[in-house]
Design a protein around this ligand. Sequence first.
Ligand SMILES: C[S@@+](CC[C@H](N)C(=O)[O-])C[C@H]1O[C@@H](n2cnc3c(N)ncnc32)[C@H](O)[C@@H]1O
Length: 119
Amino acid sequence: MFPDPWLDRWLPLIRERAAGRPVLEVGCGHGDDTVTLVAAGLAVIGFDLSRTAVTVARLRAPAARITCRDVRDPLPEAASDLGVVIASLSLHYFPGVRPSASSPGCARRSGRMASSRAA
Ligand SMILES: C[S@@+](CC[C@H](N)C(=O)[O-])C[C@H]1O[C@@H](n2cnc3c(N)ncnc32)[C@H](O)[C@@H]1O
């Protein structure tokens, strides 16, 4: 929960690609990026495996729709017309996992894959 401006430079592109559709945040953690995305006026659907992280992220970004779920589970029902998918510092924590959020189905549903940041 420390300020990290990495996402700032991508916001114009994310806004353009989202085109009013929601941004899906995979493994949102404590909501550092969720806060940034919501403050930028984007509709955010996020999820994380950790109940604690979800509780904190909901408190920090109440406008986002955040649920507790495993990346291997089906995507949230609300994630049906996505503009952008973001997975910051998360996908590489899932060894041997083929996350539904990076599947061709999700790509088709979202149309675009914007960012998967690794450390
Ligand atoms: C390093 S944190 C990154 C959090 C946030 N994206 C950020 O950049 O601040 C990785 C996150 O992935 C979540 N995670 C780990 N395994 C997961 C899984 N199977 N499904 C969903 N989230 C998972 C962890 O709970 C953790 O919050």
